[in-house]
Design a protein around this ligand. Structure first.
Ligand code: HEC
Ligand code: HEC
Length: 410
């Protein structure tokens, strides 16, 4: 990342902070009944009606074919809005879709703190923004990367697997929260007829984006936030970790507060994760074509793969090789949030790492100890990581600091 970029990014984040501030006090006075999804009350004020609608959609297991998979099944609040199954996290870290033998190719990133990502653009030769690990939900279609992202999973054969936007629309129209939809978007808005269904589908996506941008998902209630607000003190170890995070560890140059991402892309030299079931998807077919025609030879091309095939900007195609294997810098908020000690989580785009200790040890020693070869060697960042000279105690301090980024402290 480039230092000159931090200033412009922080400016783009300010409106979010302002928005979150106002939403916190915004109760929905005329909505006494809790919204129910599959019989469960799923939310109450202070969410706005639009955010509440987004929440209903996010948690609705009927919006998959076969029924049973909601967004929340791969982005659960209890683990920081990422994958909640320790058995999967320990191995391939990639989640099955509604059709249980079909797997995607990457680990679910957090769906929280993702909304402020700018529209994908070039800044001094570096890509910034977009949604997904590879930025392919650019934001150039709807003006919002996260809303564009939300149009993907319902129709993705390795995720919720619905045949069309019409199927999704009709299930929303038949749901318990259909009345809320109409209240939010207006009379006639829940129209699933062929000429209107695309517009309705976009409203579904914008509702989800509203929830993902809400104060519930972007809680800013970590110990770190309490410390900033003067309501908590960090332990000696956590304080030392914070200083290392900003200094010797160089972490803040790509993971700056308050969101702990600058929405740029990088190749850390993460090794492939051989347990990723995607390597075996060469004999699993969707519409006559294998999900992964390359089988075990597949290499995740990251941002470069998207740039090579996109049509948004023909000039970007030439930039594909330089961006091969680069992935979006993820937020570090909630990286350590888990239901209990010892609950397994997975880290980086392919879930190669199984603990924060391992991740930090990798940053510190990639170039001086023996690690498996990188998945994509050509673009590995050798300037900002690989040989940080941290002592084992300093590694532990950084891990302790990461633990202060879990929401729900107060
Ligand atoms: C089967 C598991 C699965 C389901 C179901 C699922 N996701 Fe995801 N989600 C993923 C994976 C895997 C990625 C990363 C894919 C990639 O980058 O190519 C992802 C990426 C995202 C991101 C991007 C975050 C970022 O910072 O770039 C958001 C936001 C998100 N999902 C929200 C949703 C929403 C909303 C739904 C429901 C409409 C949903 N997901 C359903 C697995 C899932
Ligand atoms: C040059 C930019 C850069 C620097 C410096 C950097 N990171 Fe990262 N970080 C990234 C990128 C990019 C990823 C995702 C890489 C991937 O998935 O292949 C990532 C991923 C992570 C993850 C995994 C998060 C998840 O949800 O999977 C953790 C934890 C992390 N970084 C912590 C740190 C710490 C701690 C430091 C300092 C010691 C640091 N990072 C320094 C760019 C950076």
């Amino acid at each position: 990342m480039r230092p000159n970029h931090i200033a412009s990014l922080n400016r783009s984040i300010l409106p979010l902070a302002a928005l979150v501030g106002t939403m916190a006090g915004c109760a929905v006075a005329d909505d006494p009944e809790p919204v129910r999804v599959q019989g469960q009350a799923i939310g109450k004020p202070p969410l706005t009606p639009k955010e509440l609608l987004g929440k209903a959609l996010f948690f609705d297991k009927q919006l998959s074919t076969p029924h049973g998979q909601a967004c929340a099944d791969c982005h659960a609040p209890s683990v920081g809005w990422t994958g909640p199954q320790p058995g999967i996290n320990k191995r391939g870290a990639v989640y099955p879709g509604a059709v249980h033998y079909r797997f995607g190719n990457r680990k679910p990133p957090s769906a929280a703190y993702a909304t402020p990502t700018p529209i994908l653009h070039l800044d001094n030769g570096n890509f910034v923004g977009g949604s997904f690990w590879d930025g392919r939900a650019t934001g150039m279609v709807l003006g919002s990367p996260v809303a564009e992202q939300a149009m993907g999973p319902f129709l993705n054969p390795v995720e919720q697997n619905n045949a069309s936007a019409q199927v999704v629309c009709e299930r929303v129209a038949a749901s318990a929260y259909a009345a809320l939809f109409i209240r939010v978007w207006g009379e006639g808005s829940l129209d699933c007829t062929p000429s209107q269904v695309d517009a309705t589908y976009r409203l579904i996506a914008f509702s989800i984006a509203a929830f993902e941008g809400s104060a519930e998902v972007n809680a800013f209630t970590s110990k770190y936030d309490a410390y900033l607000g003067g309501r908590a003190t960090l332990s000696e170890r956590e304080m030392a970790g914070l200083a290392l995070f900003q200094g010797k560890g160089k972490c803040a140059s790509c993971h700056p507060a308050p969101l702990f991402t600058d929405f740029t892309y990088d190749n850390l030299g993460v090794p492939p994760n051989p347990d990723n079931p995607f390597y075996r998807m060469d004999d699993v077919y969707v519409d006559g074509a294998p999900i992964n025609p390359q089988g075990a030879a597949w290499v995740d091309p990251g941002l470069g793969g998207f740039l090579a095939h996109q049509t948004f900007n023909p000039e970007w195609v030439a930039l594909a090789p330089a961006n091969l294997g680069k992935h979006k810098v993820p937020t570090l908020r909630n990286v350590d949030l888990r239901p209990g000690r010892g609950f397994a989580k997975a880290y980086t785009h392919n879930g190669f790492f199984k603990s924060l200790e391992e991740v930090v040890h990798f940053y510190n020693t990639r170039d001086v100890q023996s690690w498996p070869a990188p998945e994509v060697p050509s673009t590995v960042n050798t300037g900002e990581l690989g040989n940080l000279g941290l002592t084992p105690g300093e590694e532990r301090d950084i891990v302790a600091f990461l633990g202060t980024l879990s929401d729900g402290f107060r």
